[in-house]
Design a protein around this ligand. Structure first.
Ligand code: NAD
Ligand code: ZN
Length: 356
């Protein structure tokens, strides 16, 4: 067998095709992985829709998809410490290893990261090629779909644990999969109360299921409502996980002096803010968050998920066979989903060690 089914952005324009493409070969420091589960990320929707960002970053033909888990089937001759049969997930930022930040060991700050499913072929396929150093060995017993979710969950871990959470009043803006994971993380870390701001009723309900104390629709009075819900006090932490400009402003307005905020959401336009009143004279600490820390974020992620400290199963709302990719994408875009997972074999066989 030399070819496989994959979801391919075949040409510069909207849509994507299921195509037969050549199975890549594991050489040097790469491993070939049989994909067990690959979840759809907002980035994949952008690639599918061919928005401005995709136009600037994707060079077709490209197999996309990056949130994945699977079993190694072949290793290149220079790979050490990994072998066929290993059940892994992918750290999706492939770093250059040579920039000043990489040389300091700060791989999450690499100045030239190449992204799986963006700059190199991704995981909406039967097989994917990964650098061995991007493989995370999954905790035993993790289901393939939860193992695939570790990547976006790691984004939430990185953002939510950038400062203290214990006994904190936390506001999370955006109850997409990452915001929903953050609800569970903040609760597991002993936050006093977790409030969520989200316009989509389907997702507001998921936020409640993840343990949010109260959920609000966004408006220009959101900060006021949050403070009222917090007994009239400013909040300790805001996590921006929507990419919406008004969420940045309402988040900052909701905080007390000296509080902290993580900015993870990626917006599609510049944001105008009164930095004097909202950040400088309030002594607010802002954390820009990109990707995950290698590997400490993954260690924490694995601990939350494998000990049951955070249960993400409620937020996996849909599963599709890879061959039903178009339906899966339509579900993603309907607004009535949490995480949508693609199973290359339609979920017929799952790797040893897990059931969903
Ligand atoms: P998502 O698009 O599924 O979720 C965003 C949510 O924000 C949606 O449910 C949407 O209804 C909600 N929203 C829209 N306007 C809002 C507003 N004004 N206030 C509050 N909520 C609002 O995305 P996701 O996969 O959960 O990712 C969250 C964000 O993080 C996205 O912007 C994504 O692009 C970004 N992201 C960043 C990184 C990183 O490394 N920094 C990695 C992955 C994703
Ligand atoms: Zn680098």
């Amino acid at each position: 067998m030399t070819s496989m089914t994959a979801v391919v952005k075949a040409s510069a324009g909207p849509g994507a095709e299921l195509e037969q493409v050549e199975i890549p070969e594991a050489k040097g420091k790469d491993v070939l992985v049989e994909v067990a589960a690959s979840s759809i990320c907002g980035t994949d929707v952008h690639i599918f829709d061919w928005n401005d960002w995709a136009r600037a970053h994707i060079h077709p033909p490209r197999v996309f998809g990056h949130e994945m888990s699977g079993r190694i089937v072949a290793v290149g001759e220079e790979v050490r410490g990994l072998a066929p049969g290993d059940f892994i997930a992918a750290e999706t930022h492939v770093v250059d290893g040579t920039c000043p930040q990489c040389r300091r060991g700060l791989y999450h700050l690499c100045e030239n990261p190449r992204l799986l499913g963006v700059d190199r072929d991704g995981s909406f396929a039967r097989y994917v090629l990964l650098p061995a150093e991007n493989c995370w060995r999954n905790a035993p017993g993790l289901s393939p779909e939860v193992a695939a979710l570790q990547e976006p969950f790691g984004n939430a871990v990185h953002a939510a644990t950038a400062g203290p959470l214990k006994d904190a009043a936390v506001a999370i803006f955006g109850a997409g999969p990452i915001g929903l994971c953050a609800v569970g993380i903040a609760r597991a870390e002993g936050a006093a109360a977790v409030f969520v701001v989200e316009p989509n009723p389907f997702r507001r309900e998921l936020a409640e299921r993840m343990g949010a104390a109260a959920v609000f629709g966004p408006s220009d009075r959101t900060a006021e409502e949050l403070r009222r819900a917090n007994g009239g006090l400013g909040l300790d932490v805001a996590l921006e996980m929507s990419g919406h400009p008004s969420a940045v402003e309402q988040g900052l307005l909701s905080l007390h002096h000296g509080a902290w905020m993580s900015l993870l959401g990626i917006g599609d336009r510049p944001v105008t803010l009164d930095l004097n009143d909202l950040v400088v004279t309030k002594s607010v600490t802002l954390h820009g968050i990109f990707g995950r820390r290698v590997w400490d974020t993954w260690e924490r992620t694995s601990r939350y998920l494998s000990t049951g400290a955070v249960d993400v199963r409620a937020l996996i709302t849909h599963r599709f066979a890879l061959s039903d990719f178009q339906e899966a994408m339509a579900q993603m875009k309907s607004g009535r989903s949490g995480k949508v997972v693609l199973l290359p074999d339609g979920g017929q066989s799952s790797p040893k060690g897990g059931s969903p």
